[in-house]
Design a protein around this ligand. Structure first.
Ligand code: AMP
Length: 415
């Protein structure tokens, strides 16, 4: 079965075409037939398209909206020019899997999209005003292009974290704010945390019930999850993806009183302060240079830039504090798992996060650590380490495609 995976943002659409079915899932033989991205929709869009084994093709075209972008993607995928033998016509695309950011308390699993499900995603717009409308546009575009008969599934960023207990998801605010407006921790990156926890237990041949790990997703967005017996029991992102770790441009945890103080001092509205916390803070805000960790590490190495160093230090220190907190939340864990662009590729950041955890018997193996980048998965701690440390590359698109197949086949989703 060829599943088109769509991740629709406000002005971008990322996609992959993945050949998978229940047999391929069992044997781990799914194939990624194509991938790509359309950015800056609404103007002269930048288009990147890549078939399996081919080089990325870049071009531009004026694209009005999400529907035009989805149409372009499908036209290319099924064209002679893409050279994808498995997708000669629209009929060769058998299902669509959508990444949906917010599923609120309603969606605890991936689901086939029906009118009722669409209503549920709409109900969560209040909680994710930037993301859910874009996701809905993607679903509507795919429905228009393929017709209502083609199965489409929604895979939620929040769903995996719905097992977090109330004492961990509630904020210490007046309880009616939760009752009236659903103010609580939801957590995000759930598909990524779930995927790496699943790969971890596959790698070690463990039962789900024996999966007790802390997973760190460190990319442009960053979050950490505490996983007990395979379930998420706490996570650092909150009601929105702003809370928790230091990120590329997001502040993560701050004292909420800062918002009013900065608004008054700088003459900003609440909305403008929120933008400052989301877009001008984090690594970019501290360094004044960039939100890109690789560039910051280069800057620190080559120019000994003080603020680049500080940004990296604050980033690593915050991550280390969360590992400590989640070891307490879990009453100990068996492993720490790094994933995401930074977590998968930077031995240096992994070292600096783990440095200072020797007291609990965490010991990295320098050679193993240095060898893990560019998609390699495996153990990076020493054999004598009391807490194991792994690098496991994430693959949210694969999990979305697999969930889509399982939703269609009525097979249980693997959590
Ligand atoms: P993601 O959002 O998962 O694609 O991750 C993007 C982040 O990963 C950016 O900050 C990149 O600079 C960072 N990154 C990718 N490769 C490396 C690397 N080799 N060393 C440090 N950071 C990296």
């Amino acid at each position: 079965m060829n599943v088109l995976v769509l991740n629709c943002g406000s002005s971008s659409v990322k996609f992959q075409l993945i050949a998978t079915d229940l047999e391929r899932i069992k044997t781990n033989t799914d194939r990624r037939l194509a991938r790509g991205m359309v950015e800056r929709i609404g103007g002269e869009a930048i288009i990147t398209l890549q078939a399996e084994g081919g080089a990325p093709q870049r071009s531009t075209a004026p694209l009005r909206d999400t529907r035009a972008a989805v149409e372009l993607i499908i036209r290319w995928v099924t064209s002679e020019a893409s050279g994808i033998a498995e997708a000669r016509s629209v009929a060769d695309i058998h299902a669509v899997g959508h990444r949906v950011v917010h599923g609120g308390e309603r969606f605890t699993h991936s689901v086939l999209i029906t009118d009722e499900v669409l209503g549920g995603i709409e109900d969560c717009i209040d909680l994710a005003p930037l993301h859910n409308p874009a996701n809905l546009k993607g679903i509507a575009a795919a429905r228009e292009v393929f017709g209502a008969g083609l199965p489409q599934a929604a895979v939620f960023d929040t769903a995996y974290h719905q097992t977090i207990p109330d004492y961990a998801y509630l904020y210490a605010l007046p309880y009616q704010l939760y009752r009236r407006y659903r103010v609580r921790r939801y957590g995000f990156h759930g598909t990524s945390h779930r995927y790496v926890a699943y790969r971890y237990r596959q790698l070690l041949g463990l039962e789900r019930a024996a999966t007790n790990v802390i997973t760190l997703h460190l990319g442009n967005g960053c979050s950490v999850a505490a996983i007990r017996a395979g379930d998420s029991v706490d996570t650092s992102m909150g009601m929105t993806p702003l809370e928790g770790l230091v990120m590329g441009t997001r502040s993560g945890d701050i004292d909420p009183a800062i918002i009013d103080y900065v608004a008054a001092k700088e003459g900003l509205s609440a909305q403008e302060v929120e933008t400052l916390l989301n877009k001008q803070s984090g690594l970019l805000g501290i360094s004044g240079l960039t939100n890109d960790m690789r560039e910051l590490l280069d800057e620190e190495r080559e120019s000994d830039d003080r603020r680049a160093r500080l940004a990296i230090e604050i980033f690593c220190y915050r991550a280390r504090k969360y590992i400590g907190a989640y070891l307490a939340a879990l009453n100990g864990a068996d492993a720490v798992v790094f994933t995401g662009g930074i977590g998968e590729n930077s031995a240096e950041i992994r070292t600096r996060i783990c440095d200072g955890l020797q007291w609990l018997g965490l010991e990295l193996d320098a050679e193993r650590n240095a060898a893990h980048h560019g998609g390699l998965q495996g153990l990076i701690s020493a054999d004598s380490s009391r807490l194991a440390v792994y690098v496991i590359p994430t693959d949210e698109e694969l999990l979305i495609a697999r969930d889509t197949v399982r939703c269609i086949g009525g097979a249980p989703q693997r959590y």
